[in-house]
Design a protein around this ligand. Structure first.
Ligand SMILES: [Zn+2]
Length: 616
């Protein structure tokens, strides 16, 4: 947290927190994390009670601190939720409640921070949403679905339950032949039946991206057909924009399966999934406002209520990841009345270290027009006047010097207008442009000049290619060109619709330039981005650089660089013990990296059972 951020703010952070009681009723804000005696974790009830001994000591590891000296140490201890000692031995304070874990040489990294994703959508999925982002074969898909069926909680176990996967994957990585990356395809209806307990048992529905296409099994086909969704005999559910058979199915699933209890269960599932891939902090970037019609795709939800199941989970002391909540605004009225009320009645960065508000993003208004009277410019000026941060996204590019300006050009031009009127504000408030697959060297420099920042996303891994279309999918972002510039950059997944959440997949893409089909789309096989140094056509970055973007650099993105992003004494005790050594495994094995132990705030939140974690 920046200590000198009051120049444009109305209140200091302390004053924000003092105002929490007054604000809580007026907006979605982080509530105090429960620290009562009925905490469900045995060691969780001590979360906010200071004690004199360490709760956790890890020894004999290869602990990559990701501090600014890139120190690698063998031992670390955590006391009262924060790193206490970071070094080569473990002489830290031990007591009866201290857990000492021998890492047996395993690689440890700081808890991964995802500066831009949509985990709140994932926690509001209908049915037993089952991420398929980690499936690398048809058999993997079947195994993951079969495991989900086998683990259905009582009393649902035994009854037919919808197994769903709404976005976050692509059939490109469901390899029919695991040795052939070009063999990706959808599972057949028979394969899905076999994976879900046999014909007529559990209905299943999976769809890619915002509006499909999708697939279902026999039970799902029967149920969906009965409510008017067109499904082929092979279980194909057509996609399309803006509405489709997939969005018809999705509307029915939402209206018939979702309730408060189910949403809270889904939140816990989403948090658990995040922990298995090592993402301990998530900055959520909102949803398209739901219309409760077949025009709603996978990215639609009710922005006014979708955080409630998350806040309830935190209130119950069951929150296991850190959540930052941005407010998405997409008004087409240049007066942006809703944004005006948000800025008056909500607080940015309000909450506690587990859950707190972010600011405005990933949209601030409809469009990116640079006309002074446009909703975009009007909104940017209002966000600036209130001293808030703005985050916007860019998916565009300019194919020739004479084609229409790309969205990032208009966004950066608008940021420059803001900087003119409020000198230094973009820099101090850390305004962000996200994704930027098509950004050019000239515009990186212009954004850097006013202190703006870039969030880089590797989602082209799923379906990116080397076409010259002016809209996604295509390759990028130009990681190397961005890192060669003097600009703050961090990394994000933009999961859960068009991209996986799994950060190791994004790091695979950033470091290899290969998409899911094994095609080189972001390295020296492509032509340089327009305006790039022609000598710099390979946009790959190193593993060290990619991990830095996902850890230390992202602590800065969240304005929490004093608390998050590296393993350093005094910072929050978030770390991940990996199943293999990120720094030395073969490229393909990067995609298979998982956590064997995820620690958040000194608590073991996920334990794969690989290490001896008993207290002794
Ligand atoms: Zn997004």
């Amino acid at each position: 947290m920046s200590k000198k951020e009051d120049k444009y703010g109305r209140l200091t952070r302390r004053q924000f927190i003092q105002s929490a009681a007054a604000a809580a009723g007026a907006s979605v804000v982080g509530r105090a994390h429960a620290h009562d005696d009925d905490h469900h974790r045995d060691h969780g009830k001590d979360r906010d009670e200071p004690h004199s001994e360490c709760e956790l000591i890890l020894i004999n590891g290869r602990i990559h601190t990701m501090d600014d000296k890139n120190r690698v140490v063998s031992a670390v201890s955590i006391k009262n939720g924060r790193f206490f000692e970071v070094g080569s031995d473990a002489k830290s304070l031990r007591g009866p409640r201290t857990r000492v874990i021998d890492l047996r040489g395993r690689t440890v990294v700081p808890g991964i921070i995802d500066n831009h994703n949509h985990i709140v959508l994932m926690g509001n999925r209908p049915g037993f949403h089952t991420p398929l982002e980690n499936a690398l074969s048809i058999k993997d898909v079947q195994d993951i679905y079969a495991a989900r069926v086998a683990s259905l909680p009582l009393p649902q176990n035994g009854e037919a339950q919808w197994i769903t996967t709404i976005g976050g994957f692509h059939f490109n990585h469901f390899y029919a032949n695991p040795n052939d990356k070009m063999s990706g395809r959808w599972p057949t209806i028979d394969e899905l039946d076999a994976a879900t307990g046999g014909i007529g048992k559990h209905p299943a529905f999976m769809m890619i991206s915002f509006t499909g296409e999708g697939r279902t099994n026999t039970a799902g086909k029967d149920a969906l057909t009965a409510v008017g969704v067109n499904v082929t005999k092979d279980g194909v559910v057509a996609g399309g924009f803006p509405s489709s058979e997939c969005t018809k199915a999705l509307l029915w699933l939402r209206q018939n399966l979702l309730n408060d209890t189910e949403r809270q269960r889904s939140v816990l599932d989403a948090m658990n999934h995040a922990l298995t891939v090592g993402v301990t902090t998530h900055q959520d970037q909102g949803a398209f406002q739901a219309t409760n019609s077949i025009n709603d795709g996978a990215a639609h939800e009710d922005n006014y209520t979708m955080h409630i199941p998350f806040l309830k989970v935190y209130d119950q002391g069951k929150g296991s990841i850190r959540l930052r909540i941005n407010f998405l605004h997409m008004e087409s009225n240049p007066d942006t009345p809703e944004l005006v009320q948000r800025l008056k009645n909500a607080f940015q960065f309000l909450g506690n270290e587990w859950v707190k508000t972010g600011s405005i993003g990933e949209f601030i208004a409809q469009g990116t027009s640079t006309l002074p009277t446009s909703p975009f410019v009007q909104a940017a000026m209002k966000v600036a006047a209130a001293g808030w941060r703005a985050e916007v996204h860019s998916l565009g590019r300019r194919n020739t010097p004479t084609s229409n300006p790309a969205d990032f050009e208009q966004e950066i031009q608008t940021f420059e207008m803001v900087d003119q009127k409020y000198p230094g504000l973009v820099r101090e408030r850390r305004w962000v442009v996200a994704h930027v697959p098509g950004i050019t060297d000239e515009w990186i420099k212009r954004l850097a000049n006013i202190g703006g920042n870039l969030s880089l996303t590797g989602w082209q891994y799923l379906a990116g290619n080397t076409t010259t279309s002016s809209v996604a999918p295509y390759a990028g972002p130009p990681f190397r060109m961005i890192l060669q510039n003097d600009i703050h950059a961090g990394m994000s997944s933009d999961g859960m619709q068009i991209a996986p959440m799994n950060p190791w997949i994004h790091m695979y893409y950033a470091t290899t330039g290969l998409n899911a089909r094994g095609v080189a789309i972001n390295n020296n096989a492509i032509t340089p981005p327009l305006g790039a140094d022609p000598k710099v056509i390979d946009q790959r970055i190193t593993r060290q650089e990619a991990l830095e973007l996902y850890t230390r650099k992202n602590g800065w993105f969240l304005r929490e660089e004093d608390d998050l992003g590296s393993i350093e004494e005094g910072k929050l005790g978030d770390l991940v013990v990996l199943n293999s050594d990120y720094f030395t495994v073969a490229n393909d094995d990067l995609k298979k990296i998982r956590s064997v132990l995820t620690v958040v705030g000194g608590e073991i939140m996920y334990d794969a059972g690989v290490l001896d974690t008993r207290r002794w």
